[in-house]
Design a protein around this ligand. Structure first.
Ligand SMILES: Cc1cc2nc3c(=O)[nH]c(=O)nc-3n(C[C@H](O)[C@H](O)[C@H](O)COP(=O)(O)O)c2cc1C
Length: 327
């Protein structure tokens, strides 16, 4: 299984067009209330069906297979499964070209052609429903003191993006986006130097979201253009509150008690409804191709809740590691 985590661990299985996909979440404390209703808000936020997103709208009803009894977690791994219902595998298995921007060619080399290509296999954005489900548990464990909020700041480089989105839809093209995430209420001192800094753990999980191409903490790239006198965050009270937050709430890989701020850059959707070129494996030449199937014009419109989920999973594991150190 694809696995991540030290104490709060997640493992995912299945691919885009298997009958089911699932996530097993270990390290969930016993006695926590957990019902299907807890998942509804976050799963709905990820759902497609609105402007700029795919017509593949899954019902996304979670089925809890184990780890919960009489509405309470039992302390054993929580296993959650979803059905895949709305897919057309024929769009994927009859291709004789590698789709530009997708993992088709790289996966072909890695798995010698035995990989499940349907719907992009486990490289598909479909798999992120599992991250959102695990994120629901992580958010519950973190409690209401920790607030995680991700939002789209730019689509195709623009803050106001309705027109360019409409244009991309009309031109059968696609757009990328920038999403910013703010996490408040994390006490100072969370994070494990040297190899499990908050930045590394959040980044590790953020790159499990397909299509993410860059991450920045605090002022990110701008940091290299600023002077120390501009960038330094002055501490203004005994709790470590700072006047500014250029460092994005992290120093030395540890939370400093100020909001943790990071941003992600999502690339434009690779599958576009326009003619493109690619290598044809039958004719062994470059040919014009048309990628079919159901696709988001800007899948990042659905991604803020996925970003929140990975942030929650990262912090839950790091806080549990910190708690394990305490006498
Ligand atoms: C929620 C979500 C939905 C996605 N939907 C699509 C899609 O409809 N079409 C597409 O080409 N890529 C889509 N992607 C992105 C691809 O999965 C991704 O670009 C591809 O697997 C290659 O991985 P990489 O971009 O990380 O290299 C989606 C990603 C996410 C997070």
């Amino acid at each position: 299984m694809h696995a991540y985590g030290n104490i709060f661990k997640i493992q995912t299985w299945g691919v885009s067009h298997t009958q089911h996909i699932g996530v097993v979440i270990d390290g969930v404390p016993a006695g926590m209330n957990l019902s299907l209703d807890d998942f509804a808000v976050d799963l709905n936020r990820r759902k497609a069906g609105f402007k700029g997103t795919t017509p593949r709208v899954e019902s996304d009803i979670p089925e809890i297979l184990s780890g919960v009894l009489n509405g309470k977690t039992t302390g054993s791994p929580v296993h959650i499964q979803f059905d895949n219902e709305k897919f057309e595998s024929k769009d994927y298995i009859e291709r004789d070209f590698y789709r530009p921007g997708h993992a088709d060619f790289a996966a072909q080399q890695k798995y010698s052609g035995f990989q499940d290509k349907r719907g992009g296999g486990f490289f598909s954005g479909r798999m992120t429903v599992l991250l959102v489900a695990a994120g629901v548990l992580a958010k519950k464990i973190l409690g209401s003191n920790v607030e995680i909020r991700a939002e789209i700041t730019h689509v195709g480089g623009k803050k106001k993006y309705d027109n360019i989105l409409q244009q991309a839809i009309k031109e059968k093209d696609s757009l990328g986006a920038r999403i910013e995430c703010q996490i408040s209420g994390v006490s100072a001192g969370i994070g494990e130097p040297v190899f499990n800094s908050i930045e590394s753990v959040i980044s590790h999980l953020a790159f499990a979201i397909p299509g993410v191409k860059a991450i920045a903490f605090g002022d990110g790239e701008k940091a290299s253009e600023m002077k120390g006198s501009e960038f330094n965050d002055v501490i203004i009270d005994e709790f470590g509150k700072t006047e500014t937050n250029h460092n994005g709430g992290i120093n030395g890989g540890l939370s400093n008690g100020n909001p943790i701020v990071f941003s992600l850059q999502f690339k434009p959707t690779s599958s576009i409804g326009r003619l493109q070129k690619s290598w044809n494996t039958e004719s062994a030449s470059i040919e014009e191709i048309l990628v079919t199937g159901k696709h988001d014009v800007c899948y990042a419109l659905r991604a803020p809740v996925i970003v929140e989920a990975v942030a929650a999973i990262a912090l839950t594991d790091l806080i549990m590691m910190q708690n394990a150190r305490m006498l």
